[in-house]
Design a protein around this ligand. Structure first.
Ligand code: TRP
Length: 376
């Protein structure tokens, strides 16, 4: 991976990611036309994340659909380790998960492993992660998940329920496996080494609670794959199904795809947070969004811009749902008719419309947290 000059692990994403290489290296499968058609048959349309290859890879999606067609409904599982405020990149898998919940009418188990980043980050306290858990929950709720079908699991709150199951998993994982998969060393703290067992639990907890095996589909950005490679190996040994998975690419940081693998909360200037005010969004994008445009207006009109490296355009592929509009923007940018500043304005407008609604729903979500937290 070093040779390729990019890194994708659960703790670090850097460089220009070669997603084809990841498919081979992680041993996943590309989502092809045939599979898209199968999804479309049930969902009646395809989410633009699927149409545009933003969700691009999977494991055992055919099996999930086979079971679904037999009337054996799956549940969804995804999560967020609270370590800071939520940014637009975090929303990508969640927006898609919400779409899957609606289209397939299924349950979602959402994990907030509030110990994870405490264990992995030197400076984060458990009080910090607790605060961020409550804050981050607002963003999840604001996306409109069906409260009756959505259950939040918080590792320190649901420890009583989860710890026993995590031990069953942990017993099947050796230190040498975690070294190979996660790159742990003798200096790694033992909490970090155990953690992957906690992330495996929601993939089979519903099966434990209901006393029968239920298929599980996990949407996540591909950096989380290491955890689920391990989980897929272990769960059958405990008598459960291997969880299926569907993987997204990363939303690039404003600094550009070459410079930064994914958006990062620790680089506030190149991230748009869900609580950013319209002026802040405008300023960050105007100043920091890497442009594929030419140096002068004259040159731009003549040569046109390069949408492939232009962050504002790349972002619109995530957030402009209308294919026709997106195509027009691309063509006009390439031909030089659309200037960088104008392209940026389209994105700023798009994000601010979305964020205005999101922030309203986020406020309302404050009274709803209790209802989402799983009760036995
Ligand atoms: N480890 C994830 C993070 O760092 C959190 C997480 C827990 C998760 N369970 C998950 C992510 C399942 C995707 C799917 O945020």
């Amino acid at each position: 991976m070093e040779k390729k000059k990019f890194i994708v692990t659960p703790w670090e994403v850097r460089g220009e990611v070669d997603y084809n290489y990841l498919i081979k290296k992680f041993g996943t499968e590309r989502i092809d036309e045939r599979l898209l058609n199968r999804i479309k048959k049930h969902a009646s349309e395809l989410h633009h994340f699927l149409r545009r290859g933003i969700f691009f890879s999977h494991r055992d999606l055919d099996w999930i659909l086979n079971e679904y067609e037999k009337g054996n409904r799956f549940f969804l599982y995804t999560g967020r380790a609270p370590s800071g405020p939520v940014h637009m990149g975090h929303l990508v898998p969640w927006i898609f998960t919400k779409w899957l919940q609606d289209r397939f009418n299924v349950e979602l188990w959402f994990q907030f492993p509030d110990e994870e980043k405490f264990l992995f980050k030197e400076d984060l306290t458990l009080e910090d992660t607790k605060r961020f858990t409550l804050d981050n929950m607002l963003d999840v709720i604001a996306l409109g998940f069906d409260q009756k079908k959505t259950h939040f699991l918080v590792d320190t709150i649901h420890a009583n329920l989860m710890y026993k199951e995590a031990c069953r998993v942990a017993k099947k994982i050796t230190f040498s496996t975690t070294k190979a998969v996660f790159g742990f060393t003798n200096e790694t703290n033992i909490g970090s080494i155990f953690y992957t067992a906690m992330q495996a639990v929601p993939a089979f907890l519903p099966s434990v609670l209901r006393g029968k095996n239920i298929p599980c589909l996990i949407p996540y950005a591909i950096d989380q794959d290491a955890h689920f490679r391990v989980a897929r190996d272990v769960l059958p040994k405990l008598g459960f199904y291997k969880p299926a998975a569907i993987h997204s690419i990363f939303l690039p940081g404003l600094g550009g795809i070459m410079e930064q693998g994914k958006m990062s909360s620790s680089e506030a200037q190149t991230a748009i947070f869900t609580t950013d005010k319209p002026e802040v969004v405008r300023e960050k994008i105007s100043k920091f969004a890497f442009s594929g445009g030419q140096a002068t207006v004259e040159e731009h009109r003549k040569k046109g811009g390069n949408p492939d490296v232009d962050v504002s355009y790349q972002w619109l592929t995530f957030f402009e749902e209308d294919d026709k509009k997106l195509k027009e923007i691309k063509e006009n940018y390439k031909s030089g008719k659309l200037l960088t500043g104008e392209l940026k304005n389209i994105l700023i407008e798009k994000l601010n419309v979305f964020l205005k609604e999101h922030q309203k729903k986020r406020e309302k979500a404050k009274d709803q947290i209790e209802k989402f937290i799983f009760k036995e």
